[in-house]
Design a protein. Sequence first.
Length: 175
Amino acid sequence: MWQLLKRIVLTDIPAEVTPAITDEWLTGHQQFHQEILDVVGRALCIRQIDAGSCNGCELEIHALNNPYYNIEGLGIRFVASPRHADMLLVTGPLTLNMREAVRRAWEATPHPKLVVAAGDCACTGGVFKDSYAVCGPLSELLPVDVTIPGCPPAPIDLLRGILTAIRGNRGALAP
């Protein structure tokens, strides 16, 4: 026990450099926020659903909430109920156990609604596609508006995918 405590005390704290926020990043942030307001007229509400993933995509989605990406400042909120959502963000392959839950969440989401498949597993089934417990990619159950490939996709790719979904359905989401 004492050896472990001694080792902890003598170990240096790793220092990482904080990413620099450039003028381009701030301009892009402001344009992104304004575009959401122009299209939706208020905050974009997203219901995130884990359809059976390894949680790698969820970690990247959680990174969107950190001060660097500041997704709340962009006018994007995560909601607990699909009844309050404008968009479903689904991660993981569509498993047999989650098939009905995902379908019900989609039916509970008010029109107009967007569906975004995040990660290779949601897009194609990923490494789990041949499993006995997987029904296949999300597109076999729901009409998917945008797919975001990656295992897992980076937070900036998630933001780009969300913006692509909004831009593609500009007329449908207008207030």
